[in-house]
Write a protein that binds this ligand. Sequence first.
Ligand SMILES: *Cc1c(COP(=O)(O)O)cnc(C)c1O
Length: 388
Amino acid sequence: MINFNQPHLTGKEAHYMYEAVYEGKLSGNGKFTKRCQAWFEQRYGFRKTLLTTSGTDALEMCAMLCELQPGDEVIIPSYTFVSTALAFLREGAKVVFADSMKRNPNLDAGTLESLITPRTKVIVPVHYAGVACDMDAIMTVAQRHNLLVVEDAAQAIDGYYISPSDHSPITNYQSPMPLGGIGHLAAFSFHETKNITAGGEGGLLVVNDKRFVRRAEIIWEKGTNRAEFFRGEVNKYGWVDMGSSFLPSEVNAAFLWAQLENIDDIQNKRRQLWEYYYKQLQPLSEQGHFAMPDLPEYATNNAHMFYLVFPDFERRTAFIKYLKENGVGAVFHYLSLHSSEYYRTRHDGRQLPECDRYADCLVRLPLFYDLTLEQVDQICNTIQQFFA
Ligand SMILES: *Cc1c(COP(=O)(O)O)cnc(C)c1O
């Protein structure tokens, strides 16, 4: 059986975890946490980063930082993981679901204007499969209506946005822009299914807008100004705001550090596998059996996911079943959040047909570091047999 996913070890994880234990500091914000955060800030130019215990937690911190009032509206694609919406609902916001694009599952920026009301406060683009959303269009709408933008970059580590315009609305203009570095705030995930992992669960909050830096650190440290105290900026610390315990243990940060040291190797290997899939499957796609993953001209490929989009639900279901019977773990992905058991009675009734199409027709193929080109061949041969 070729599983859909398999976590990868670079070899140094246990070494660094032992080092953290041996040095006697296991709680959060120690040496490995600081090392990882400095690495993200240097490599991607993020203003301020804070490791979290999950991507969900990073999204919850983003939502808390937005200071929403009951009834404030947040625009989120319906084709995403539950956490994207949940983080904002927990803060009392009303979630307004947006449809996906025809060309790929990302939020359709062309529909944003029609969703904005006087209560709209935040837009949350999700870079599905690590592929950039149309950020020039999204940031233009956000600036016009004075809205915050929170990037759900859970899948988007090492992905970039390339502005096609000389008049990009992205203020600190630089191209390519790392995903997670464009909105006011962003969240990454280091869950075991993502490109790099902090040992199963982990995440990162990115603060790009300096107005949020101080409060982010306080929320992270259970509502206290302890981080300022440890830097010697205040002579006592105490309870100053809302917060929770969002810090991961040093054991997780140590695990993550081993992965960050090898990120280029991990990314190169994943990209090689992705491109091999693409080459092998293109002829079947040209025969009309399915659509290939879409990479707009403004997006780079971080090889988070290799997906296919089938013409209908029945053919996708038969395909997943056939692959399973032949030892290949292929899986579908999100169900539309607007018609979920929890949200359907809260949703305003608008149809979101592209989102429903991806929910019914998208399938993901195995893609992980330790997958071999021979196994990709085997998977592609099985796919050819299905259509023969
Ligand atoms: C994985 C993921 C999350 C949640 O991240 P966790 O680390 O599992 O909490 C949120 N949004 C998207 C789009 C994801 O893919």
